[in-house]
Design a protein around this ligand. Structure first.
Ligand SMILES: [Zn+2]
Length: 435
């Protein structure tokens, strides 16, 4: 028999569907991991009933750009710009980030993400099999993918080995199990992957039908560097190397000129906007209003903990709204649209809108419950303003991924936190003396 349960007495149900419906006093049935029925409170039946009196139910948040394993390097590179950051972080990674440590860091990051209401993450890091295993264990919908650098990097792979490894990625991903995710290939950037190598990646992506995720135009120095080498902007390099013939998600995408925007829109590429990391590294501020006018899909991300120091999507939403007010006008800031950029717009950006991103019958039950009985969440004049400008990750009580409750009453159902933290602390001791 199908596994069915009812979420009952939902005070506010924020669907983020195409009509942006917000229901009061609702109930929702989940069957076999999917949203089966949405109705009014008291009208649905099932063996298991979970009472959500005083709570809000929303779709799980989607983090469109992160490096979960780098949670081990939280606070490691302070007071630096992107280039200074890379120098410090690459040294630390070289010292400790073997495959088991990537797994450990991802376990820590995935737990932090889920506890804060993030149910899906686009996660770029070395040793994707290890990172994916960890995230699946914790319960996150985790999009990993093979990494590409010109140089051997942490995993020690030469270029031909990377291509061979990536060709086998669909089978590897399948064998690791976990919530269903699309195939992605993840070349790091146009300043660490040559045009010849990017062409290889584009060709392979076509062969295995994968999307592509990479860092693009994160700061001015990056653009200057790429321009000096190739006489082109990073986006022009992506167009020339046929990367943009594949569905592509840019990490950052801050410094795009009009031609870049045209190429991006024409290709149907999306942008993962990471305002916390961008401001902390002094990289620049995205003009979200300009991107909206261009019709480019924008999802929100946190970036890794070594540049943004946490994986808090609530803070990221709030910063995205503030940055938009500063780069254009507060009149252009729409909390509903910002919340969408962490849910349904994010799902569109990642090519997953058929499956996740909103509360609609037939979609996967990736859901979060928020406790509204808090002084800082009262009164409620505007539910989206409440979610974007007042709510925080400490308000998330329960989290379901594919209909499985992985966070219950603010605690992980699957992970023993004390035991995980003691493994983390003992592993990062190896960094002592490196500063
Ligand atoms: Zn990044």
């Amino acid at each position: 028999m199908a596994k069915r349960f009812i979420l009952e007495n939902i005070e506010w149900l924020v669907t983020v569907d195409s009509e942006q419906r917000v229901l009061r006093n609702a109930a929702l049935a989940v069957e076999d991991g999917k949203i089966f029925e949405i109705s009014s409170a008291g009208s649905l039946t099932g063996d298991e009933v979970i009472d959500l009196t005083g709570r809000l139910l929303a779709p799980g948040l989607i983090n469109c750009h992160t490096h979960l394993a780098m949670s081990l390097l939280r606070g490691w590179a302070e007071g630096v710009d992107l280039q200074g950051f890379l120098e410090r972080v690459w040294a630390a990674e070289g010292a400790i980030m073997d495959a088991p440590t990537c797994e450990l860091g991802t376990e820590l990051g995935a737990l932090e993400a889920l506890l804060g209401g993030t149910t899906t993450a686009l996660d770029m890091y070395f040793n994707p099999e290890s990172t994916h295993r960890a995230a699946v264990k914790v319960g996150l919908r985790h999009i990993a993918g093979p990494i590409f650098f010109d140089f051997p990097g942490l995993d020690g792979m030469e270029w031909n080995e990377r291509i061979a490894y990536a060709r086998g990625w669909p089978e590897k991903l399948h064998s690791l199990g976990g919530p269903e995710v699309p195939l992605y290939l993840m070349p790091h950037s146009t300043y660490t992957d040559s045009p010849e190598h990017l062409r290889d990646v584009a060709q392979l992506a076509e062969e295995i039908n994968a999307s592509i995720h990479l860092h693009v135009s994160e700061n001015v120095a990056e653009n200057d560097d790429v321009k000096a080498r190739y006489g082109k902007t990073p986006v022009e390099v992506l167009a020339d190397t046929r990367i943009l013939t594949r569905h592509t998600v840019y990490g950052h995408g801050i410094h795009l000129n009009d031609h870049d925007l045209e190429l991006t829109r024409g290709a149907g590429a999306a942008i993962a906007h990471c305002p916390g990391s961008n401001m902390k590294l002094g990289s620049g501020m995205i003009d979200l209003t300009r991107l909206h006018q261009s019709g480019i899909p924008v999802g929100i991300g946190t970036d890794g903990c070594s540049s943004s120091n946490d994986l808090d999507m609530w803070q990221a939403m709030r910063m995205a709204a503030h940055v938009q007010a500063m780069t254009s006008s507060p009149a252009n800031v729409d909390a509903k649209r910002i919340f969408s950029a962490a849910t349904i717009e994010a799902a569109k950006a990642l090519g997953m809108e058929e499956r996740i991103g909103s509360i609609e019958v037939g979609k996967q039950a990736d859901l979060i419950a928020i406790d509204l009985k808090k002084p800082h969440l009262s009164p409620i004049h505007d539910i989206f303003a409440l979610l974007v400008f007042a709510a925080g990750r400490g308000d998330v009580t329960d989290v379901w991924v594919d209909g499985e409750r992985v966070i219950q009453a603010g605690s992980s159902v699957r992970v023993k936190v004390d035991e995980l933290l003691s493994r983390v602390h003992s592993r990062v001791k190896a960094l002592e003396g490196l500063r």
